[in-house]
Design a protein around this ligand. Structure first.
Ligand SMILES: [Zn+2]
Length: 334
């Protein structure tokens, strides 16, 4: 059975492509076009790290062994904008370097630019497909001004690129939506009244529960009281927001933004806990994410990226942790 159609189908692999064939035999397996993590920074372990290509390969191989065959990297310390995909690694959708204006992002990290330089820098970084803008930072700091973000989105779209915005404050989220960003990363404290607009203009929401859970578990008595309250209230708010976003027709996607790599099944279970229907939550980390990134799923002539499971993931999502067969670019990996 192939998801999401849930109809019996047989494929053969021709080179890097799938062909559907008639077959009378049926193996009782469930097929996905691989999992997708739309928020993972391969090649660095923690903020401040330089890009390390050996580590990049290790991270991408960890994704691959978990059945994650496509990764979007919304921000990288890699200054090389045009690295080619390596054939044994998952498909990588790039967003250049993080674009950080003064007072925003980890001190000294990412590509540092002034607000005046931001639009031109975003167009440059987006030459790889996407750019990633740090739209806000700490709870009471001002976000990137709406006029700047609006000009940035217009310029990047005019150049054929897409824009991912890091936003965790209500104001930062509002500016990202009003500017017409393609995705909100984290979206903590997102005001529900913006959801219909996100759905109408096609702005996706990547709540990164895995990353916020990690920040939350790192809070202790020494944490700044305002920061602590902001994270805890943002965490509580994220659950009803994900459910409301899905119900409003917003594309909600699975991105982990955490290490170790290869944990997108855990992010899918957070989406389920938040109240997304199981099939939609799996799609958020598989076929829906692929289609959003412009990649076909399990269709005749589609790319031969296939992960097989022994049981129906919609009946039992924990089976996502146990792929029985992994095929990437037509090659059997496991
Ligand atoms: Zn991130």
């Amino acid at each position: 059975m192939a998801l999401p159609e849930r109809s019996p189908v047989s494929f053969v692999v021709e080179g890097e492509r799938l062909r559907t064939v008639d077959s009378s035999t049926s193996d009782d397996v469930w097929l996905l076009p691989g999992l997708v993590d739309v928020h993972s920074h391969a090649g660095m372990e923690k903020p401040g790290d330089a890009y390390d290509h050996t580590m990049f390969r290790e991270h991408m191989l960890a994704h691959r062994s978990a059945g994650v065959l496509t990764v979007r990297s919304p921000g990288s310390p890699d200054p090389v904008l045009d690295r080619a995909d390596e054939p044994d690694l998952p498909r990588l959708v790039r967003a250049g370097r993080w674009l950080a204006t003064p007072g925003r992002f980890f001190a000294g990290y990412g590509r540092r630019v002034s607000e005046e330089e931001l639009v031109a820098a975003a167009v440059e970084e987006a030459s790889v497909g996407w750019c990633k803008v740090i739209g806000d930072w700490m709870p009471d700091d001002p976000p990137v001004p709406l006029e700047v973000l609006t000009s940035l989105v217009e310029a990047v779209h005019a150049a054929g690129g897409r824009v991912a915005v890091h936003c965790q404050t209500a104001e930062g989220c509002r500016n990202a939506v009003l500017a017409g960003a393609d995705s909100l990363e984290h979206g903590m404290h997102l005001d529900h009244s913006l959801l219909p607009r996100m759905a109408a203009q096609g702005t996706a929401f990547v709540p990164t529960f895995s990353a916020i859970a990690k920040t939350r578990s790192g809070l202790d008595a020494s944490s700044d009281a305002r920061f602590r309250e902001w994270i805890l209230s943002g965490w509580e708010h994220a659950f009803p927001t994900v459910r409301a976003a899905h119900e409003a027709g917003v594309t909600v996607l699975a991105g982990t933004d955490t290490k170790p790599c290869g944990q997108v099944a855990a992010e899918i279970s957070w989406l389920i806990k938040a109240g997304m229907p199981v099939e939609a939550a799996i799609g958020a980390g598989s076929w829906t994410a692929r289609s959003w990134l412009g990649l076909p799923s399990l269709v005749d002539g589609g790319l031969a990226d296939v992960v097989a499971y022994d049981a129906d993931p919609v009946e039992d999502p924990s089976v996502l942790l146990r792929p029985s067969r992994i095929v990437l670019r037509g090659k059997v990996i496991a």
